[in-house]
Design a protein around this ligand. Structure first.
Ligand code: ADE
Length: 223
């Protein structure tokens, strides 16, 4: 999968893309990331990318020309992308959406800053507009990393088979994860639950499912 992130702060995104699961995916050749600063597509010598809103009001609006020129240049080079715009006005991001996005060969993630995008950016091209939650961040950079990580970790070969299979079952059942334990067996007087030590795989599976259901009922009854 080829992921292109369009941002005014590419240097803020670079270290995270090299770390942990995202770094492993690119080392394995499963994912490739390109960071593009759309300020490079500004048409004036001050490298302007934003301007004051028509109709007045606070903040600045991202101009259409640099962003559209940048996207069109990328698509001439690589072919078309599934285009994603990160804004608080988008559809809520979910595990199911992450799974759907794994179907695309090329993703383009547009990170906004300031008050928002000139509406003609939305009109001129087709965008999948995504919000990572009902709160407002200073820009789309963290949301773009959230989406990238949620999608890339699902690509075949990125995680161990065992982990992904286990997660799938919870995911499809709409349940929160069950509690986990590792050594020591007793920590500050707290013991690891007996079923996990029994060696009886059916009993372990039953215990985990019961725990996951109880936890989901208490914490997230909406699921
Ligand atoms: N940009 C600013 N806030 C955001 C959010 N909650 N989701 C996606 N993009 C954003």
């Amino acid at each position: 999968m080829h992921v292109v992130l369009l941002s005014l702060f590419p240097e803020a995104l670079a270290p995270y893309l090299r770390s942990s699961i995202l770094g492993i995916a690119s080392e394995k050749g499963i994912a490739r990331y390109d960071l593009v600063d759309f300020r490079d597509f500004s048409r004036d010598r001050h490298r302007t990318v934003d301007d004051r809103p028509f109709g007045g009001g606070p903040g600045m609006v991202l101009k259409p020309e640099p962003i559209l020129d940048c996207v069109e240049w990328l698509e001439r080079r690589h072919g078309s992308f599934h285009r994603i715009m990160l804004t608080p006005c988008g559809q809520p991001f979910t595990q199911e959406r992450a799974g759907d996005l794994t179907e695309h060969e090329r993703l383009l993630l547009l990170c906004g800053r300031y008050e928002g995008f000139d509406e003609r950016i939305r009109e001129e091209l087709e965008w999948d507009e995504i919000s990572i939650g009902d709160y407002v961040l200073a820009g789309g950079e963290l949301p773009a990393l959230v989406v990238t990580e949620a999608v890339v970790r699902l690509l075949p070969g990125v995680l161990g088979d065992e982990r992904s299979a286990q997660e799938e079952s919870f995911q499809t059942a709409g349940l929160l994860d069950h509690p986990h334990y590792t050594r020591p067996r007793v920590f500050r007087g707290r013991e690891v639950p007996a079923p996990l030590l029994s060696g009886d795989h059916a009993a372990i599976a039953r215990w985990r499912e019961t725990q996951a259901r109880a936890r989901t009922r208490v914490r997230r009854p909406d699921l």
